[in-house]
Every structure is written in C-alpha cells, then in structure tokens.
Design a protein around this ligand. Structure first.
Ligand SMILES: [Zn+2]
Length: 292
C-alpha cells in the first residue's frame, strides 16, 4: 500500500471530522449555546440525530440533503465546511509537510473557517474566537522565541518519497516564514497585533468622519489583531492590503448587481480571512516584488 496515499486518506478523514465539529461551532457560538452539549438535533423538527445522520459529507449524500425525520432541506453549508476543512488539512500538508507551521496554521485557519461562516450568516465576529486566538498567537510566538528550533522542525514531508526537490521547497517555505519572524517572534507578534488594530481603527475612524456611517465593526478590528499575532507585522500588512482589494471588489460587484445598496452592512470578515490565506501562500513573494 502506498504510504503517501495512507497519509492523504488519514488527513481527509481528520479534516472532515474536524469540519463537522466546526459546523457545530458555526451554528452554536453566535447563539450562545454550549458546543459540547446537548447532542446535535435537526434545527427544524428538533429530533435528536443518530450516529448515522452525523457522518461528515456521506450522511448528507445518503440522505440526499434532507432530514431523515421531517424531510427539511439540510443547509448546504454543512458539507461545504466539511470539504473546506479537508482541503485545509491536505492543502497545508502539501505546503508545509508535517511541521510546526503545519499545526500552527491549521489551528488558525480552522478558527477562521468558523469566523468566515458566522460573519457571512450573522454579520458578527465572535469575541469568543478572536480574543482567545490572539492570546494563542502570543503564546506560540513566545515558544518560537525561546525554542527557535521549533520553527525549522519538519517531521514528514508531503512528497519526501517521490522527489527531493519538493522537500527543499517545503524547507524554503518554512524558512521564509521563520525568517520573516525575525530574531524575536514575540516582538513581531505584538507588533502584528498593534498594526492590525491601528489600521482598522484608522479606517473605522475615517469612515465615520467622511461617510458618517459605521465603516468597520469592532469585530473586524479584533480579527485583524488576531491575525497579526499569528502572522507578524509584515505579513499582516500584506494580508490587510489583499483584504481591501478583495472586500472592495466584492462590494462594488454587489452594488452593481444591486444585491446590496450603500446603506447595507457588508460582512468584511470573509475578505480579511481570504487576505490572510493569500498572504501566507504568496506574501513572501509579493514582499520580494515590492522591496527588491
Ligand atoms: Zn428534521
């Protein structure tokens, strides 16, 4: 049996299972419900769901997207989040191998997946996620500061057994991220938080002054701080720059096709999250382009 294939299957199963838990968070956190209790129920008929109703993706397919008991359509968000979570677990493995940065960014983006869908559906970014994760970012950068070896550890590389060149690719990617963290990751992390808060508060203030309306919610500000604590100040600036490009383009398109008007609130969280993903994937290359 192909050893690599086993790893992909394993990461897929872990990914969809975590995705299933993230779905519970997306539904319950904005409703102030416990994420551990009670067991899952159909939101329409209230029937308790059994093991067979809760297998990620597959239950949705077998049940043809409908509740077994009342026939109500199951929100498409459930399988979508499970698939995205599997993509996250496998995709980051292809980039980072099984390394310190793999765990760090899989953790961050699992939380961001929850924020993404909560903000889309409820137009809020829960403090319950952004504040604890800002602290987790600070704790991780403290480890990186005092145990620098951590950031260069690679336990398992995605294509180690098929090609050596991809191993060096993973090493350089991890190397770039840890170099970006300078000599003192903890300082970089704190600066990242400060710059995230500063940029978004500035926009919130300017928006209020010129447009006479709420341009940026407090949730967006705290989300930018949370990203800063994981990304450091440079990547956070690039991340926010990408976010404004994405958020601005989406807002213009929504205005043109008249799905929204100028008075509507448009969730900015998803744009911030996509910006963060782009900055992790391409931020270093982008930085080399503008600062040769
Ligand atoms: Zn039902």
């Amino acid at each position: 049996m192909n050893y690599q294939l086993l790893i992909y299957i394993y990461l897929f199963i872990v990914g969809i299972s975590i995705g299933s838990f993230l779905n519970v968070c997306i539904y319950r956190i904005p409703r102030d419900e416990s994420i551990a209790f009670p067991p899952s129920r159909c939101p329409n008929c209230g029937r308790k769901l059994t093991f067979w109703d809760l297998i990620p993706i597959f239950s949705f397919l077998f049940l043809k997207g409908k509740c077994r008991y009342c026939g109500e359509k199951i929100n498409l968000r459930y399988p979508i989040v499970e698939i995205l979570s599997a993509c996250l677990f496998i995709g980051f493995y292809l980039i980072f191998g099984i390394s310190y940065f793999y765990f760090k960014f899989v953790l961050l983006f699992s939380a961001l997946l929850v924020v993404f869908f909560v903000d889309l559906s409820e137009k809020i970014i829960p403090d319950l996620i952004s504040i604890p994760f800002t602290l987790i970012g600070i704790i991780l950068s403290t480890f990186e500061t005092f145990i620098p070896k951590l950031t260069t550890l690679i336990w398992q590389n995605a294509n180690l057994y098929s090609s050596i060149s991809s191993l060096s690719k993973v090493k350089s990617q991890v190397g770039l991220l840890s170099n970006n963290n300078n000599k003192l990751p903890i300082i970089n992390s704190l600066l990242g938080i400060a710059i995230g808060y500063f940029i978004l508060l500035l926009i919130a203030y300017l928006g209020k002054y010129f447009l006479k309306k709420e341009a940026m919610g407090g949730g967006d500000v705290k989300l930018a701080g949370m990203l800063g604590s994981f990304l450091g100040w440079k990547l956070n600036c690039i991340s926010l720059y990408f976010s404004f490009l994405i958020g601005g383009s989406v807002a213009i398109v929504l205005l043109i096709i008249k799905k929204k008007n100028l008075k509507d609130q448009i969730a900015f969280g998803p744009a911030i999250i996509l910006g963060a993903l782009l900055s992790i994937l391409y931020g270093e290359k982008f930085l080399q382009l503008i600062v040769p």
